[in-house]
Design a protein around this ligand. Sequence first.
Ligand SMILES: [Zn+2]
Ligand SMILES: [Zn+2]
Length: 134
Amino acid sequence: MEKRKARFSKQRETIFNILYADKSHPNVDVIYQNVQKEIPNISLGTVYRNLNAMADEGRILRLDVGDGVVHFDANVKPHLHMLCSDCKSIIDLDVEYETVEPYIEEIQKLTSHKIDSAEILFKGQCFICQKKNS
Ligand SMILES: [Zn+2]
Ligand SMILES: [Zn+2]
């Protein structure tokens, strides 16, 4: 029993480390392909279950950008995302989350709701796609 448990948590650590190293907000299929390189006999279902369990624990983030696919992010610190409408990549914006806090405060004042956190998704063209198109 203990051995089984150890094997399970080792799988989970491997999945976490692979996601942590991947800043592209991959979906389960991409994560599965990379996990398979380290654990060849793992199933897609196992990878998916582990990701969801970690997301429920708050260890990783589930991300919905409206493309019908669930993306995962090992960076759980509040941060801002941008979705490129051309290459569809999800990019971490390298600005302090505090930048949007005055805006959130303003919304709280205007609506009287208490806001604990915000997931903000900016949409547009990333700088790589802008260069390609110009
Ligand atoms: Zn792009
Ligand atoms: Zn992110």
